[in-house]
Design a protein. Structure first.
Length: 452
């Protein structure tokens, strides 16, 4: 493997912005270890982003406590800097494959940079602006050089200001948080973090898109394909491809019962809409059909199920002409004969948003908050307190965590229990639900979540 860093001499704390890819040699074992440790750290940052709000200093202490065993939180020597750069670029390659992975990676890397910048000294921040001068036209302003107009217009007494080109902080200008003079913006020290993060996100977003167009080169190495597939699965979960050990294990007459007991809310809504309207638009048929395939419905069962569900509105002849082909196609029996896999949570969340008359998509992202709460309380039987908390998570953009809390509320009610798992796939939700419904073994459950 070819990896090495731009520089190996580090005497002071450093903040990486990853503008230069590494070159040189690295053992495959170390390659995997670095990637795995960084991924665990990013996942922990994702988890902490929905922790109860606390004072900034408490949040930083919590982040440090959880990350220090996984990655070098503060980069103070050459080896840490090198490993940090290598691990970033490994995950950049692994997570550039599609939009959903790119967005997740971008969000977590931004959180890591935000923490490092917030806890860095003024000297470290200044060194950052010097090292990445091609990205930032930025310098700290001495008190004697602060314009008198700025001093008079500032209602608060800031300890430091940074002088930057105004194009770098248009969002801060729009919010009237900076003073602009002769093409430069004077940014208060407490706002400079926003500038750094904005530029970092822009650069990394473009870099991820560029990397995705070169993935075909990585696909030539079977070792990298295996490693990257394993790394991605830790975020999006397994693909739940139809296999012989589940094919035919579900009977059609069981579907209504299974839907009420064990379908995730996105699939339960599709199931109920199909029963009520005797039709689903293409997006709904594809999302729900692949889910049913993943839980064990055979091609013949799927044809019977969809034909019967459409029967009140569409006769058998029209069904065969307009719909049967697509069902056979999803099972790899038509077209290029590729057997399609069920959608992961991230794909449901990020792709093909529902339009008027559609019922597909993510229950927590694409539902009205008021409707969602009423549905959970009146139709699902979830308590008001839990429903309010779930809606709050959904409104905050934490859709998968909202789904996990929904899972806990539906399966345990007021027992205040939490399943020790991370839901990343609708079919995983179903599988874990069936395990709980059909087994008395609850040794993997711990009492951690208070359902009020």
């Amino acid at each position: 493997m070819q990896f090495a860093t731009k520089s190996t001499s580090v005497k002071k704390e450093t903040i990486n912005l990853y503008t230069y890819p590494p070159r040189g040699d690295i053992e495959l074992k170390k390659f995997e270890e670095l990637a795995s440790s960084r991924l665990k750290a990013l996942q922990k940052l994702d988890d902490l982003s929905v922790a109860p709000k606390s004072e900034p200093e408490e949040q930083r202490t919590l982040i440090w406590k959880h990350l220090k065993e996984l990655i070098p939180v503060h980069l103070t020597n050459a080896e840490d800097v090198e490993n940090d750069i290598i691990s970033h670029f490994i995950l950049r390659l692994a997570y550039c494959e599609n939009e959903e992975l790119r967005r997740w990676f971008l969000s977590q890397e931004s959180r890591l940079l935000e923490y490092r910048f917030a806890t860095a000294s003024t000297a470290t921040k200044n060194n950052l602006f010097v090292e990445y001068s091609d990205m930032f036209a930025c310098e700290q302003v001495q008190e004697v050089d602060i314009p008198e107009e700025l001093k008079r217009s500032t209602r608060q007494e800031f300890k430091e200001f940074f002088k930057v080109s105004f194009e770098c902080c248009l969002d801060l200008i729009a919010k009237r948080k900076v003073y602009v003079d002769q093409g430069y913006a004077y940014v208060p020290g407490q706002e400079i973090k926003s500038l750094v993060l904005n530029i970092f996100r822009q650069k990394l977003s473009k870099a991820l898109a560029t990397s995705s167009r070169k993935l075909y080169e990585v696909d030539q190495d079977e070792r990298l394909v295996r490693i990257f597939k394993a790394l991605r699965s830790k975020c999006v979960g397994q693909d739940f491809q139809l296999s012989s050990n589940v094919t035919g294990t579900i009977k059609l007459e069981q579907l209504d019962m299974l839907a009420e007991e064990s379908f995730p809310p996105c699939m339960l809504r599709l199931h109920q809409s199909l029963k009520e309207e005797h039709h689903l638009k293409h997006g709904g048929r594809l999302q729900y059909g692949l889910f049913l395939k993943g839980i064990g419905l055979t091609l013949d069962q799927s044809l019977v199920y969809w034909r019967k569900s459409f029967a009140p509105k569409i006769d058998s002849e029209k069904f065969d002409k307009g719909y049967a082909y697509n069902i056979r196609h999803s099972y790899g029996k038509e077209g290029k004969r590729a057997s399609y896999t069920p959608y992961s949570c991230m794909k449901v969340i990020m792709s093909n948003p529902p339009g008027p008359g559609d019922h597909h998509g993510c229950y927590f992202r694409h539902s009205d908050s008021q409707w969602m709460k009423q549905h959970m309380v009146n139709k699902v039987g979830i308590g008001n307190g839990a429903a309010n908390y779930i809606v709050e998570l959904a409104e905050g953009g934490h859709y998968q965590l909202a789904c996990q809390k929904y899972f806990e509320a539906k399966h345990f009610g007021k027992d205040q229990q939490q399943v020790d798992l991370s839901l990343t796939h609708p079919n995983q939700y179903f599988m874990e639900s069936r395990k709980l419904r059909t087994s008395q073994d609850t040794s993997h459950i711990s009492v951690q979540y208070e359902m009020s």
